[in-house]
Write a protein that binds this ligand. Structure first.
Ligand SMILES: [Zn+2]
Ligand SMILES: [Zn+2]
Length: 131
């Protein structure tokens, strides 16, 4: 596992203490919404404002270090960008799980008629803890 310092620099971002803090929380939680992230980052940096957090998140999203995950009936979640994968979303507890998903076998026009930028596949259901 690469360290956060290196990850930030590989994405053309300065490795500030706050960004490293954000990434370590995200690594720990997997998928997190901005309110929960703000609650946690404040324990590390009590003076950080929500605006500063948003600004950092926006930069890391823009530089593709973070990915946005939109789930039905739930706040937008964020995760550290990983290889292509799908998500399972529990309709009961709202938990989001990563699942391997082979996007190579999907049928879509693989010519220059459409430039693919992002793929989001979300399976909705009830997780094993809630069943
Ligand atoms: Zn559940
Ligand atoms: Zn994920």
């Amino acid at each position: 596992m690469k360290n956060f310092d290196m990850m930030l620099r590989e994405h053309d971002l300065k490795a500030t203490k706050q960004r490293i803090g954000i990434l370590s929380i995200m690594q720990d939680k997997g998928h997190i919404n901005i309110e929960d992230l703000y609650g946690k980052i404040k324990t590390l940096f009590p003076s950080i404002s929500l605006a500063t957090l948003y600004k950092n998140m926006h930069l890391m999203l823009k530089n593709n270090l973070l990915t946005e995950v939109s789930v039905k009936n739930s706040k937008t979640l964020y995760e550290i960008t990983k290889d292509s994968h799908a998500h399972m979303h529990c309709e009961n507890c709202g938990e989001v799980y990563d699942v391997d998903f082979n996007f190579e076998n999907l049928i879509y026009p693989k010519d220059d008629s459409f430039e693919l930028k992002d793929t989001q596949v979300i399976f909705s259901g009830i997780c094993k803890n809630c069943k």
